[in-house]
Ligand binder design. Structure first.
Ligand SMILES: Cc1cc2nc3c(=O)[nH]c(=O)nc-3n(C[C@H](O)[C@H](O)[C@H](O)COP(=O)(O)O)c2cc1C
Length: 138
């Protein structure tokens, strides 16, 4: 089992850039993503710590990370947002600090027309984020 965990970490670490896309589930991340991060976040493999102060430091090489987060109604930074702070901290803990954020936070709209309008507006933002992410040096 440990060999499989290390293989998963190796696969993650072999990426030049990391793109993570996730919906919000009950104000946090879906359990499958939590499980995946629990596999990746291994002491003395992806993060280390000072045993006296218990300060943590990342052990993976820093590289560009793009989060694409979706929610039906919770704006980024809202007090109910346990998705973004958790993901940012988990990546930071492993040494991945160069995180760009794209958030669609109103995926539920009262009418189909408003939903289409929201998607159309979001598309411009998404294209710009994709352009910036693609041109970031890894
Ligand atoms: C199980 C479940 C829990 C959800 N919890 C939240 C939530 O806490 N807050 C929120 O704004 N949206 C919540 N949503 C809405 C999703 O975040 C939203 O539908 C998703 O971001 C849009 O992507 P989708 O096409 O995969 O549904 C939830 C959706 C599901 C299925």
């Amino acid at each position: 089992m440990w060999a499989r965990v290390l293989a998963e970490i190796e696969r993650f670490d072999s990426a030049d850039k990391i793109l993570l896309s996730s919906p919000m589930w009950n104000y946090s991340v879906p359990y499958k993503l939590k499980h995946y991060l629990d596999l990746l976040m291994q002491p003395l493999v992806t993060f280390g710590y000072n045993p006296e102060t218990m300060e943590h430091f990342g052990m993976l090489r820093n590289r560009p990370v793009q989060f694409i987060l979706t929610r039906s109604s919770v704006p980024p930074g809202d007090f109910r947002d346990f998705q973004l702070p958790y993901l940012k901290f988990a990546f930071d803990c492993m040494g991945l600090r160069d995180v760009s954020l794209l958030t669609a936070w109103r995926t539920t709209q009262p009418t189909a027309e408003l939903r289409e309008q929201y998607v159309a507006n979001f598309e411009d933002e998404a294209r710009e984020a994709a352009r910036l992410f693609a041109t970031k040096p890894s």
